[in-house]
Design a binder for this molecule. Sequence first.
Ligand code: SF4
Length: 347
Amino acid sequence: MRWDHLAENPVTARDAALFGAEAVTTRTFDTPEFRGMTFHEIRARSIVNRVPGASRMPFEWTVNPYRGCTHACVYCFARRTHSYLDLDTGHDFDSQIVVKVNAPELLRRRLASPRWRGEHIAMGTNVDCYQRAEGRYRLMPGIIAALRDHANPFSILTKGTLILRDLDLVRQAAEVTEVGVSVSVGFTDPELWRTVEPGTPAPERRLDVVRAFAGHGIGCGVLMAPVLPFLSDHPDRLRETVRAIAAAGATSVTPLVLHLRPGAREWYMAWLERHHPHLVRRYERLYAEGAYAPKWYQRQVTRQVHELAEEFGIGPRHAGLPRRTPPPAPAPAERAPQTAPTQLTLL
Ligand code: SF4
């Protein structure tokens, strides 16, 4: 690959303070993959972050070598964090990427500290650590190697097929500690994917990651997120997605309905206005109370997905048993016109 270095600009002390670093260097690369993007390379002061006590997250420690994400999912809940850098939560989040170039060495130092108690570290929880920039900066091999060398448990959640590059390292780590790998696939509809997750590998390619890890004896779960109201929640769509997840050999499937926090909400609603204007009012009603869809709706989606998972043989009760995965349903054009589930037509 050719990397044309077009710009290298040390920026001001104020910028360095904003980015939480001693110094910042900005770079752009003249390759089709990175055109229009700016990378802010920093030497971060710390890399292991404690999740605030009030968080709903089921983990306490995270490592995030990047801020911003070139996967550019319209609904991304991490968008708001870009405003802390004086960058906007829309296009800047997709194209102004902070790269903590010293992440592996900082992590290695932290893991060696006598005060570190070997707790689980979650990655891919804020932005995707296998976004496209990782192909250039290659921070994850050093991070996984450090975790492996210290036998420190960890998990990775990603939409990036680039994780396959590091499969052998993950396998080595799994021999000495507890490792969790999850891939995020909210739906398999190619048209929806192209518009709402424009920078990500296709859902089918992400399911190839699940297949590859399963083939190497490393169980891989799927976070079915987000389920998009009125776009990917029809029973036929849920069925097709869970069927594909089961066929890929996922060890679990966990559905999560879209939530729209400030930062993501404005960007998503503008996208909805452009691509599905007839749904704008229904979304305003569904999310009238705040960032989350009503509990009844979340429960309805979760129940359907769990029933489908049971039907297709996903989950611990089915471990080691052959999967019952029928062939894919006919292409959308061959299907009868879709109607929304009865309960949802109330909105
Ligand atoms: S891959 Fe994850 S972090 Fe990246 S834009 Fe999409 S939702 Fe956000």
